[in-house]
Design a protein around this ligand. Structure first.
Ligand code: FES
Length: 56
């Protein structure tokens, strides 16, 4: 499912980035570019990052 339409980033890309060591929203943004344009996706993206960290 697309989370960030501006950058075309899916929830699974975000989860993969977190599982590969991007342990914060900032790290995921730096790596994927998610939430770096309009910012509308940032709270949902943050939630996915937190949820993924909790489940690892
Ligand atoms: Fe992610 Fe716009 S939808 S920056």
């Amino acid at each position: 499912m697309y989370v960030c339409l501006c950058k075309g980033i899916t929830d699974s890309q975000i989860r993969t980035a977190v599982n590969n060591g991007a342990e914060s929203m900032r790290a995921v943004r730096d790596q994927l570019g998610v939430a770096s344009q309009c910012g509308k996706c940032s709270s949902f993206c943050r939630e996915i990052v937190r949820e993924t960290l909790e489940n690892t």
